[in-house]
Design a protein around this ligand. Sequence first.
Ligand code: CUA
Length: 319
Amino acid sequence: MSANDLLLPPGPVLRVLAPGSPQAQAIYHLGLETSVVLAGIFALVAGAVVAALMRFRWREGDPDPRQDAGNRTIELVWTAIPGVIVAVLFALTARTMSVADPAPAPAPDLVVTGHQWWWEVRYPKSGVVAANEIHLPVGRALSVQLDSADVLHEFWVPELARKITTVPGRPNHIWIEADRPGTYSGFCSEFCGTEHAWMHFLVIAEAPEQFAAWQRAQLRPADRPAGTEAAAGLALFERTSCASCHAIAGTAARARVGPDLTHFASRRQLGAGVADNTPGSLRRWLADPQQVKLGAKMPNFQFTDRQLAQLVAYFETLR
Ligand code: CUA
C-alpha cells in the first residue's frame, strides 16, 4: 500500500487529484485553472445578486429604482467579458492538449484491445502479449493504440492519462507515462454490459531494467511441466475446449478469444480485477466462472475436483 492509497479512497474519481505523469499533471492543472476561473465568476455573480438584494430591497413607500434600458456600454462590457473568459479557457485547453494529447507515434508501442470484460495487451515491437496488466518503463511515454473487439469501452488510468474510448474498427491513440515506479489502477469507464464494473486492469511502472526483464520473461514460451499433476493439467487443457478460446505459447493453443495464458501465474489478479490471482481463487474461477464473475464469457466446464486440482497445478507453472 502506497502513501496515495492511504490518502485517497480506491475509487477512480479522487485519483485524478494525484497526477503521476506529465500528461495527467497537465490535465490536473487545467482542472485547477478552470476551477479558479469558474469560482471567480460564481463569486462575482453571486456577490452582485446579494448586493442587489440588499441595496434594492423594497420597503414600504419606496418608489421603483431607476430603470436602465438599452445601455450600449453595459451591453458591450457584458458581451466582451465572457468572450475574453472563453478565449482564456480555450488557450489553456489548447496548451493542455499539446502536452497531454500530442499526435500518436507512427507505430504504437502498445496495443490495448477492450473485450467484454477484460483487456488484451500487446507490445507489437517486442511481441509481448499480456492481459489486464500493463508494464511501463518509468519516465518514458509509450504511444498506445486502443481497439475494441466488441462494443465501446473506455480506457482510463486516472493518475496517468486521460480517458479514451475504444471503438470497434476505429483505433484511438493516447500517450501513457509514469513519473514514479508503482502500481496504478485502471478502469473501464464506459458502460459496456453486465460486467462493466469488473473490467479493471493494473499499470505497473518499473525501472527500465526491470521492465526489460519483465519483457524477456513474458517472451519465453511456457515450459512443459515436470510434475505429474501439472502435466495432467496441461493434457486436460489441450484435450478440452480451453484451447478454442485461449493461447499458451509452447502448446497447440493459439486462440485469441479469451486472455493469453502463457504467463498467467505472473499476473497479480484474475478475471480483470475480480480476485487476487491465488490458487484458491483460480480454483473457484475454474469450478464456476459465473459464480466469481456473473456474465463472464467463460462457460462452466463441470470439471471434477481432481481435474480442478490438475488445472490449478498446471496454471501455477505459467510464471
Ligand atoms: Cu468495458 Cu465498461
